[in-house]
Design a protein around this ligand. Sequence first.
Ligand code: MN
Ligand code: MN
Length: 337
Amino acid sequence: MTEPDPRIIAGENIGQIDATQIPRYGGAATFARLPRIDEVARADVVIVGVPFDSGVSYRPGARFGPAHIRESSRLLRPYNPAMGVSPFATQQVVDAGDLAANPFSIDEAITSIERGARSLLERVPHLLTLGGDHTIALPLLRAMAGVHGPVAVVHFDAHLDTWDTYFGAEYTHGTPFRRASEEGLLDRSGCLHVGIRGPLYSEADLSEDSGLGFQVVSAPEVDHLGVTGIVQRIADRVGDRPVYVSVDIDVLDPAHAPGTGTPEAGGLSSRELLAVLRSFGTLNLIGADIVEVAPSYDHAQITGIAAAHVGYELVSALAAGRTGSGGAGTAGTGAAG
Ligand code: MN
Ligand code: MN
């Protein structure tokens, strides 16, 4: 039996493995070299992987996303200067490993992902999931709505993901937000997509999407809105509702995220996306996912590093919300909360 960590006995949060003792390229690849969930007594934020990609319509490979994002997160450091927070010190962040999901039965996978997410949410209030393809957002939203009731969704993606069926299948990576809306998991007055672009099947895709409760901030609009304008559109839409953030990495331009299954030209830069996420300390953030990272098409960890930084900014936004510092660009008082 190993001795309990004296920091746990003292009630302190356990951060990353000390890089002055074990270099960053060594040791176990938990997200950001954070402790595993079984190494701490309690946690505020849990990161979990869902290596599942049986719902994809084009290139497969996102089942290897969780391992790739973790491996690409080794260089994340403890202080976030852009937000003025230490996300792993002011809250306990842990890695729960991966949820098992049946690769041969989407129905069974969805059931087990929901069950796994619910069981984590019984122990830890905030959940950040590393996918996996976008199918997993449906069981995650079921688990979230089970705790919070219908939630607002801020969905970053090149694609609407509110299609009805594909080859007759209801549960695919192109349909999670339609199913979620139909099931009453979404607050239809508080949802929006950011980064939508590329050709659709027809104009009806957009009108049906609107009926399901989504506004759209398209990628071409980003040019004139800028980061400030996008942040304002999001804040106006979600207000103080509980917010779930879903980041399909293909919201980024293929130049910034080549390692994904359905790339579309003309997307956001990683700098734009990270800047938008830094404003989320002012939102009532309940959970998030980062999906569609497919490492077989990645080069030099470009996509993995972008996804790791997306995770870092989301965890930082939770820390900012916790300390009341509000995130980038706000004059926070740092009041405890
Ligand atoms: Mn997409
Ligand atoms: Mn998607």
